[in-house]
Ligand binder design. Structure first.
Ligand code: SF4
Length: 676
């Protein structure tokens, strides 16, 4: 049988055609009729049959590594949770949501409702080690973290796009969600659009761009500050910018940006002055433009300022919520374009972690950086990890492993074994993406419901069912009064969609192609923005930029940056290892490798300020000199040891710096240090 569905290995949501026999997933190919992905799928999508039945798939509940039946698991877990609630209060029970839960709408809601029911105040997620700066800026400027400006390559008025620290040809973008990226970027260029890639690496996306600027890692904010300076100097500030700012604010901005002049910016960023001038001309000539960032920006120490300056450039060129610029997805459940009342101004009156009052909450979450101290202080004693792998994904895996080991209860719900599942007290084998009903609606340009493609096997159960069973045992209700054994996923989804634009019947009738969201433009100021204006120049950010010291890092250091690999998302391998060329390896420029007498495969020790890792190297001409690049998420050779959970934490987001880190290389099996 052939069934159309949606790949959910990442949030791009490509359409697929799955070949199914009984409960077996035989093969997956791209759905050529899908309105967005047009038949494209990446290797992760092709390998869905493997990942669905992968050798390390979790099929049975485990307590301390011992296989048990579900009733024993649920009774034991509920009893232990009851003991913690009675002894310490429900606030000591927390959850961590990994990126693997992005489309499990029912499971995430049920776990959230369950933990709210027990009185938990401890909610962590990958947001604060991934995307917190982008979210915080949209909260500050537009009123909601969900309002991320997106580039639509098919917008006929779009003529210029800058991709900064992002490689959509591999990552499929970050907040702009780009299935079928290469074909769509080429189509944009074929009709005259210009693409600039600003990245220390000549990425696959850079190879299909008009221009590539190999910027020094960590200096993107300097480039953007200069662009704002130049737009102001050229007298090209948009009317929208004037309408949303006071004269006093503009005078302050001009003063703060005064140091960002061409020769200084060229020195600091390592870019050639003539290239910078070409970029300036392109921006000023284009009028409206799109600027897309990725983890290469959001992992930086100054990510918040970089993201903010991006928004300033966009408003200064009247590119926010305007064709030819960037679109705001109005959302399926939120329906921002239909709001009767604008959003309230974001106010930072946030409850903080007791043990880390220096760190703010993001939305209703505590930052991951607060978790170790919260565990040590006894404020967090039980943790549900929902499809995530903190031991590998968090910065400073040594500390993470140590503190997770102190928890009385570590409950891992996942589809596959992981380093964290190995040390869990309770392991819950939950259904995977092909066995459950999901809602695709977060920020893709269409909304769709994907029913199960195959029936679940072994002892796998949906996360919502597990939460419903635990709630019953603790006298709570998380399924709107329904019994977990009697309610269906369709019933639960109907409840979720009661908040949305159309009901379940409409979405099921639309199938995997879903229903396109209104391509609403120009609605933000009237319907959404607090006080009808972009809060583009908050004093807190002007103050911060004024006091930044943009001096380059010590010249004898390498700078470590992160990269992405096509077969993986963070720590999850989605392609059989024997069919993937992705390995834990550090890449560096051939000239650097030659200068250090490093042959491909040589082992080096990368030594940072916060840790060190042994890893093999390979020469790669796409890497800028002085840069060393590796991918996070490998359990062995984990470069996350180079990042800290205590230093370089942004006080407005709680997110640690995870890229552009100064490091030194030491060759192994040699007494000499090969510093540079
Ligand atoms: S880009 Fe790849 S992983 Fe993401 S949805 Fe498409 S096929 Fe799946």
């Amino acid at each position: 049988v052939k069934i159309k569905s949606i790949c959910r290995c990442c949030t791009a949501g490509c359409g697929i055609v799955a070949e199914v026999s009984g409960d077996q997933l035989i093969s997956v190919r791209g759905d050529t009729e899908h309105p967005v992905s047009h038949g494209y799928i990446c290797p992760k999508g092709h390998a869905l049959p493997w990942s669905h039945d992968r050798p390390d798939r979790l099929d049975y509940p485990l307590i301390s590594g011992r296989r048990v039946a579900w009733p024993e698991m649920l009774d034991d877990l509920a009893g232990k949770l009851r003991g913690l609630i009675d002894g310490y209060g429900g606030s000591c029970i927390g959850r961590y949501e990994g990126t693997g839960t992005a489309t499990d709408t029912l499971g995430k809601r049920a776990l959230g409702a369950f933990l709210n029911g027990v009185g938990s105040t401890q909610f962590y997620s990958a947001v604060t080690i991934d995307i917190a700066p982008a979210f915080r800026i949209s909260q500050l400027v537009a009123g909601s973290h969900k309002l991320q400006p997106q580039w639509l390559p098919e917008d006929p008025d779009s003529s210029l796009v800058l991709w900064i620290g992002s490689n959509p040809a591999v990552s499929h973008a970050y907040t702009s969600y780009l299935p079928d990226p290469v074909r769509r970027i080429r189509a944009f260029r074929n009709r005259g659009g210009k693409l600039w890639v600003i990245d220390p690496r000549a990425t696959k996306t850079a190879s299909i761009a008009d221009h590539h600027l190999p910027i020094r890692p960590g200096t993107d904010y300097i480039l953007l500050a200069w662009l704002v300076h130049e737009i102001m100097d050229a007298g090209r500030l948009s009317e929208a910018f004037f309408e949303c700012t006071t004269e006093a604010q503009r005078i302050r901005l001009r003063k703060v940006l005064a140091p960002y002049v061409l020769h200084f910016v060229a020195d600091a960023t390592g870019l050639v002055q003539a290239d910078l001038e070409s970029l300036r001309e392109a921006v000023i000539r284009s009028g409206r433009l799109a600027i897309v960032t990725g983890t290469g920006v959001n992992f930086q120490q100054h990510a918040l300022i970089t993201e903010w300056l991006r928004w300033i450039v966009l408003l200064a060129t009247d590119s926010l919520d305007q064709k030819g610029g960037m679109w705001f997805n109005p959302g399926w459940l939120e329906a921002f374009d239909l709001l009767d009342e604008p959003l309230p101004l974001f106010a930072e009156a946030l409850e903080r972690a007791q043990s880390r009052p220096d760190l703010p909450r993001m939305m209703d979450e505590l930052p991951v950086a607060a978790m170790p101290d919260e565990i040590r202080a006894g404020n967090l004693r039980a943790l549900f990890v929902n499809v995530g792998n903190p031991m590998t994904a968090f910065p400073d895996p040594g500390t993470t492993t140590e503190v997770l080991g102190k928890l009385g209860l570590l409950v891992v719900a996942d589809v596959a074994r992981s380093a964290t599942a190995e040390i869990a007290t309770h392991v819950l084998p939950v259904t995977g993406q092909m066995e459950r009903m999901d809602l695709m609606s977060s920020r893709t340009a269409y909304a769709a419901v994907a029913p199960p493609v195959v029936s679940r096997r072994s002892e796998r159960r949906p996360m919502w069912w597990v939460c419903g069973q635990l709630a019953l045992r603790l006298g709570l209700d998380v399924l709107d009064g329904a019994h977990p054994d009697e309610v269906t996923e369709a019933d639960l989804m109907r409840g979720v969609l009661a908040e949305g634009r159309k009901d379940l019947g409409d979405l099921l009738a639309a199938g995997s192609h879903g229903i396109k969201l209104p391509e609403a433009w120009g609605y933000m100021r009237e319907r959404v923005l607090p006080n009808g204006t972009w809060n583009i120049l908050p004093a807190i950010l002007l103050d911060r930029l004024e006091h930044l010291d943009p001096s380059p890092t010590e010249p004898r250091s390498f700078l470590f940056v992160n990269g992405r690999q096509l077969s993986r998302n963070c720590s999850t391998q989605f392609v059989p290892p024997e069919r993937s060329r992705d390995r834990p390896v550090a890449s560096l420029n051939p000239a650097d490798a030659a200068a250090l007498c490093l042959e491909d495969g040589a082992l080096v020790r990368i030594v940072g300020e916060d840790g060190q890792v042994i890893i093999s190297v390979q020469s790669d001409s796409t890497i800028s000199p002085g840069v060393i690049c590796a991918t996070q998420g490998w359990t062995d050779h984990n470069v996350s040891v180079l990042c800290s959970l205590t230093r370089h934490i942004d006080p407005l987001t709680g997110q640690p710096a995870m890229t552009a880190l100064p490091v030194q290389l030491k060759q192994l099996r040699s007494p000499d240090t090969v510093d540079r």
